[in-house]
Design a binder for this molecule. Structure first.
Ligand code: GRF
Length: 206
């Protein structure tokens, strides 16, 4: 599910096309008719649909489409709407999101600006299971990214995005392989999942 340019969606599409990757993007939904994410899906030959968020049944209709396509995992990739409790419980433990901060710091919009305003020296990104809060669900993976002296919102966002595109496909792979699950609101890891996560935290002195 995406609302905008869809670069994380592209990272998932590309990962899904690599030999041996245990998942593929089969459906792209957007609340914005002109989202470039829909164009990316079209170019990749992936089923895609726009749902107009015009009434309360919006999430019901999206959920019905997701069920009819027998989707195992829903990835929010720059989807700019808060999921209502009904939708979250309908797909409990099967919705993940990527956020451009080291959660639980800086949830919500313009996380990179909030990080700069707060003066943090280490920023980053987080993949987490979605619960009923805003960017609050159990954390699956994180990557740390340095804040450099002359960073502005754009330069920091770009540096973080590079790592978003790495950890999002990795998180999907771990879930598809059964190495990561969400049980009763907590993340459970099996096998080497945690060791792999360490491999994806970037050196803060980059
Ligand atoms: C990303 O920074 C993501 O973390 C946030 O929204 C942005 C979406 O970018 N949730 P894109 O549409 O995937 O390029």
């Amino acid at each position: 599910m995406a609302s905008g340019r869809g670069s994380n969606l592209q990272a998932l599409i590309d990962a899904g096309r690599k030999t041996g990757f245990p998942a593929e993007v089969v459906l792209v939904l957007s609340d914005r008719r002109n989202a470039y994410a829909l164009e990316r899906a079209s170019k990749a030959g992936i089923r895609h649909r726009h749902f107009a968020p015009k009434d309360d049944a919006f999430f019901l209709r999206m959920g019905d489409e997701i069920e009819s396509c027998e989707i195992d995992l829903i990835c929010c990739a720059g989807f700019m709407r808060i999921l209502p409790p009904d939708f979250v419980s309908r797909f409990a433990g099967r919705i993940i999101n990527i956020h451009p901060s080291l959660l639980p710091s800086f949830p919500g919009l313009r996380a990179q600006k909030k990080a700069l305003d707060a003066g943090v020296r280490v920023a980053g990104c987080t993949v987490h299971f979605v619960d009923e809060g805003v960017d609050t669900g159990p954390i699956i993976l994180q990557a740390a990214v340095p804040v450099l002296p002359h960073d502005d919102e754009n330069t920091l966002s770009e540096r973080i995005l590079v790592y978003e595109h790495r950890i999002y496909p990795l998180a999907v792979r771990l879930i598809a392989e059964g190495s990561v699950r969400c049980i009763d609101g907590a993340v459970q890891y099996a096998g080497d999942a945690l060791a792999e996560q360490r491999g994806f935290i970037s050196p803060v002195s980059e």
